[in-house]
Design a protein around this ligand. Structure first.
Ligand code: ADP
Ligand code: ZN
Length: 726
């Protein structure tokens, strides 16, 4: 028997030693089942000497029970797991679970049932619905749900058809191969500058060495078209590609373009995959491009931890997006982890954006990242003209939110048959509801947050915990009826105002409430492209990726919204959000215009947006960050303590505060009640840590926290490089 050390997939347990029976083959990276007391646990065989822990006597080693029959986790992934746990102060087991997709990919049945037409006459009456289904299904094969979507009938109708002998079940292997992508399916004509950038990236793919790139291209410059070339090269070389996208619900547009370029769809990975799809994708990724394994994987941030067999390139599209930052569980930033993964794999990584994060620009400035620029829009389209509307001078009517010039702009586009987009980053109808009679404000019972009215669903909802309640007829406080007032606008309210102004306009709301499935997103895109929508009203969801050639006016309803509150990244986020949504205008032949409503036209961010002075904005922001010792010049971390008991949370925070290390290069602010002092029924206190680059921030945090005993009801979260300050 041989000694092996396992990384046990249970955050409460450290690494444990086991015995590997002679004849049992389990190299590092193997997934195994081991006994633990009377239970069984899953673990990963780890490299010798890399996990600290006590060695138990050889005689007391218990033998590993079973090696799970899946490919081993490759060494670069094991290094990535170690690095992520160390850098983000997270338990190794929690990071490893992401690689195993919580184990869901490992077990389960190997086959599933799909259905197809039998071609037989069948019994029973041929109803209209059955007839449509027969016509639409043709040679299609799929699950009942998939076929129902294709046929446009309910699953009940299809089951009826199965009983009538029109549809038959077929048993298929879940791990069946994916259709191969053809790197030369359709080669576009790149512009000279696109071709130059593509050639540089293709060279890097051929070299198969770690090389980080910042693909800095204005909106509409054809970044996607350009990075498809190195993707094609990786496919030719039999290598795998990972493309990370910030918003997986809105990948329809990407999928269509990918399929047009490569003749087959990529492998999708995101959190709402069904377990059979998850298993199939995981195994295809681990198998590699030979034998029908995965070539190109398009995924949300969690795709970063999958066991790629032969990775050749990583692309992070819209790399500035803050949704790459995960804010629960393991708090990591997928943009930064992807650079580390590329380093461990020894492959190039491309961060693509029109408004790169300040940190990324800094890395390019100091020569760590190679900067590739696409300075102009493709096909000669010009960047939109920007105009500020000063809301103090141009007051909207009472209970109204759109100022005169913006209304005129909308009218003009309607008359010309062009599209407009109104952007307001607030879902629902109104962010606050109060009682006119007694002043009662509707709050979430488990969060310190107002309930947001959603008029479409007639609900009051908490955007932090998901709590929902019906809008009551009477005030719960004073009992008065007809006394509730909506305060402030959300997108639904803007839609009402637009409907009132332009009753004949065709309006679409684009938020995570209305476009919550890929099908709905696809339908919306088709309608917008087909010019069946005149005015789109949307949240941050519409700021990215969309390309609607007829869209010529973008109106920012409230540019000041993101600047409120003490968010340390507010300026940068506002800049990139508005620059991105502005980038939706005038992408086709017709020039675009952007109108920004603001109460602070002189604020540096707003002025920079008006002048299109990206460099000026970044320079000012960089100087401010340098003065404050903020990233990328210094480092930030947050510690969040929480408990269901307010007193316990406060006491724990005070105790941690008393134990704070006193170091010259680490400044600790707090504890203070978090801005979101109550979240999901837990009371929260925060520390903000600001360290110079000379400090070993992680070690300081670990030692500090480890020295303080906390009662079991207290949760301690560490957030390295935080993006959220609530
Ligand atoms: P970005 O991601 O930089 O905003 P996109 O990649 O979405 O830009 O490109 C903008 C539009 O221009 C898309 O419709 C794209 O298909 C088109 N386009 C870009 N480059 C080319 C090209 N070389 N040939 C044909 N169409 C292109
Ligand atoms: Zn809540």
């Amino acid at each position: 028997m041989n000694r092996v050390r396992l990384l046990i997939l249970n955050a409460a347990l450290g690494p444990l030693d086991y015995g590997l029976a002679d004849g049992m083959d389990a190299p590092a990276g193997s997934v195994v089942i081991a006994p633990l007391g009377p239970r069984k646990v899953m673990g990963i065989v780890w490299d010798e000497g890399r996990l600290p822990g006590d060695e138990i006597a050889f005689e007391r080693l218990r033998p590993i029970l079973e090696v799970v029959p899946v490919p081993t986790l490759p060494a670069p992934l094991r290094r990535l797991i170690e690095w992520t746990a160390d850098y983000y102060c997270a338990p190794l087991a929690s990071v490893a679970r992401m690689a195993l997709a919580s184990g869901g990919a490992l077990g389960g049945p190997a086959t599933m049932t799909e259905y197809r037409l039998t071609g037989a006459e069948g019994s029973g009456r041929l109803t209209a619905q059955r007839k449509t289904a027969l016509e639409k299904l043709g040679g299609e094969q799929g699950t009942m749900r998939e076929l129902a979507a294709i046929a446009g009938v309910s699953e009940g109708v299809l089951r009826g058809m199965a009983n009538a002998g029109l549809i038959e079940p077929v048993t298929v292997a879940i791990d069946r191969p994916y259709p191969p992508a053809d790197p030369d399916h359709h080669q576009p004509d790149l512009s000279p500058i696109q071709a130059q950038v593509a050639a540089r990236l293709t060279d890097a793919v051929q070299a198969q060495d770690f090389a980080p790139f910042l693909l800095d291209g204005v909106t509409g410059s054809g970044k996607t078209e350009t990075y498809f070339e190195p993707v094609a090269e990786a496919i030719r070389m039999g290598r795998q590609v990972l493309v990370l996208l910030p918003e997986i619900a809105l990948t329809e547009n990407f999928l269509a373009r990918f399929t047009a370029r490569f003749g087959a769809a990529p492998v999708l990975w995101h959190s709402s995959l069904k377990s059979t799809e998850r298993r199939r994708a995981w195994r295809a990724i681990a198998d590699g491009p030979e034998n029908g394994g995965a070539q190109v994987v398009v995924g949300a941030r969690s795709a970063l931890f999958l066991p790629y067999a032969r990775l050749g390139l990583i692309v992070v599209d819209e790399a500035h997006e803050i949704s790459f930052k995960q804010d629960d569980g393991v708090r990591y930033n997928a943009r930064d982890v992807s650079v580390m993964r590329a380093r461990f794999e020894g492959v190039p990584v491309v961060l693509a954006s029109a408004t790169p994060a300040l940190e990324s620009l800094h890395m390019a400035d100091i020569g760590v990242y190679e900067r590739l620029e696409l300075p102009a829009r493709f096909g000669g389209a010009s960047l939109p003209k920007v105009r500020l509307i000063n809301l103090i001078e141009e007051k909207p009517g009472s209970g109204r939110w759109l100022a005169g010039p913006l209304i005129d702009g909308l009218r003009e586009r309607l008359e010309k048959g062009e599209q407009s987009l109104l952007f307001l980053n607030r879902r629902g109808y109104a962010p606050l509801t109060l009682c006119r009679n007694c002043g009662h404000r509707f709050k979430c019972p488990s969060c310190s947050a107002w309930l947001v009215e959603h008029r479409l669903s007639a609900r009051l909802a908490c955007h932090h915990c998901g709590f929902e309640t019906r809008v009551p007829d009477a005030c719960p406080e004073c009992g008065e009826t007809d006394c509730l007032v909506a305060c402030g606008p959300g997108v639904e309210r803007i839609a009402d105002e637009v409907r009132d102004l332009f009753p004949d306009a065709r309006i679409a709301l684009a938020t995570s409430d209305t476009l919550n499935t890929p099908e709905r997103a696809a339908e919306f895109i088709a309608m917008a492209e087909g010019r069946a929508i005149d005015i789109i009203i949307g949240t941050q969801l519409v700021t990215k990726g969309f390309h609607f050639p007829e869209l010529t006016l973008v109106g920012v309803v409230d540019a000041d919204l993101g600047l409120e509150g003490g968010d340390l990244r507010a300026g940068e986020r506002t800049y990139s959000q508005i620059a991105q949504v502005a980038g939706r205008a005038g992408r086709g032949a017709k020039p675009g215009e952007v109108m920004i409503q603001t109460r602070h036209p002189d604020a540096p961010v707003i002025a920079a947006l008006a002048e299109g002075d990206r460099d000026g904005f970044y320079a000012a922001e960089t100087a401010a960050r340098r003065d404050a010792g903020a990233p990328p010049f210094g480092r930030w971390a947050a510690i969040i303590l929480s408990s269901e008991d307010e007193r316990e949370a406060r006491a724990a925070a005070a105790r941690l505060g008393d134990a704070r290390p006193r170091l010259a290069d680490v400044q600790i602010l707090g504890p203070a009640p978090a801005p979101l002092a109550l979240l999901r029924g837990r009371y929260r206190y925060r520390f903000l840590v600001n360290a110079r680059r000379s400090a070993n921030l992680q070690a300081v945090l670990r030692d500090w926290i480890a020295a303080v005993p906390f009662p079991p009801g207290v949760r301690v979260g560490v957030d390295i490089d935080p993006y959220s300050f609530v």
